[in-house]
Design a protein around this ligand. Structure first.
Ligand SMILES: Nc1ncnc2c1ncn2[C@@H]1O[C@H](COP(=O)(O)OP(=O)(O)O)[C@@H](O)[C@H]1O
Ligand SMILES: Cc1ncc(COP(=O)(O)O)c(N)n1
Length: 292
């Protein structure tokens, strides 16, 4: 028997296939896990934007969670688009009911095209119900600003924002760097409750095919955690996975195209990713660098 770890995404559907549930399931498959899904909403979406949003009935979300929870051995879970406070509450209760661990929260708020995928008042529900259950939360810079109330303008304010998010009760936070103004490097900053800081760095690629980067990154993390990898190993693989997906664009659609989910497996050469580890209280004492 070829048992694969079972992992779950609780997120919205992207008809365009580059983000949401579709990105998650492709990524789960690519990384050798068996992906299950709970749909929170259906979006009519393509590379030019979000053209319609149809949230699921709360009961439909509960029944999907129960269908998975009563039959599967779920090793890791990610959440993506959750849309409103009622669905967040339902999802929170479900995660507690089945004692699902290795919870990765991608606090999806606004799609790259500008459409709101989370109602404003639902931010409080994410902060106070869901985040305390998380092993890791993966905001991009605008999401980290909303969650922390801190404007991120430099490395110090980014660290302060990460600390403020950790105070909401997650085990760890990674503030992704896709939205930073650095022209050369895409750097993601990780901080956990033990004060360990990790800087994940890769070359910033000049591509507009970035639809679904955050979904794909958090799905890769979830798959790796579900396989029993350490957090540091999972972060490194997820960064390599998204770098490969961005480096080999598919040229699909006329707008912001999807990333290439098979590139990590198919490409001959691994992308260069650097992971720098620092201890928060050793900030001024230099740092150890590790290249895998
Ligand atoms: N142009 C780029 N070149 C290289 N990596 C990128 C680029 N844009 C985003 N990334 C990486 O993709 C991942 C998702 O980040 P981001 O785009 O900030 O998330 P989101 O999709 O939630 O806005 C991160 O690891 C980030 O560093
Ligand atoms: C259903 C769904 N979930 C998440 C995203 C965010 O992805 P991105 O920020 O890359 O547009 C999206 N566009 N659609």
């Amino acid at each position: 028997m070829n048992a694969k770890p079972q992992v779950l995404t609780i997120a919205g559907s992207d008809s365009g296939g580059g983000a949401g549930i579709q990105a998650d399931l492709k990524t789960f498959q690519e990384l050798g896990t068996f992906g299950c899904s709970v749909l929170t909403a259906v979006t009519a979406q393509n590379t030019t934007g979000v053209h319609g949003i149809y949230p699921m009935d709360q009961q439909a979300v509960k029944q999907q969670i129960d269908a998975i929870g009563t039959d599967f051995d779920i090793r890791a879970v990610k959440t993506g688009m959750l849309f409103d406070a009622n669905l967040i509450e339902e999802v929170t209760q479900g995660i507690k009911r089945y004692h699902w661990g290795n919870l990765v929260i991608d606090p999806v708020m606004i799609a790259k095209g500008g459409a709101s995928l989370l109602q404003q008042e639902a931010v409080e529900a994410i902060k106070h119900s869901l985040i305390p259950l998380a092993a890791l939360i993966t905001p991009n810079i605008p999401e980290a600003e909303v969650l922390s109330g801190i404007q991120i303008i430099d490395t110090e304010s980014r660290k302060q924002a990460a600390e403020a998010i950790l105070q909401l009760g997650a085990g760890a936070v990674i503030i992704k760097g896709g939205h930073s103004t650095d022209p050369d490097v895409a750097e993601d900053f990780y901080l956990d409750q033990d004060g360990m800081m990790l800087f994940l760095r890769s070359e910033r690629l000049a591509t507009k095919e970035t639809h679904g980067t955050g979904c794909t990154f958090s799905a890769a993390l979830t798959a790796e955690l579900g396989k029993g990898r350490t957090m540091e190993e999972a972060l490194f693989t997820a960064k390599e996975f998204i770098q490969a997906a961005l480096a080999h664009p598919l040229g699909i659609g006329s707008g912001h195209g999807p990333t290439h989910h098979a590139a990590y497996r198919e490409s001959k050469e691994k992308e260069v990713v650097h992971l720098v580890r620092q201890s928060s209280d050793l900030f001024s004492n230099g740092y150890a660098q590790r290249r895998y």
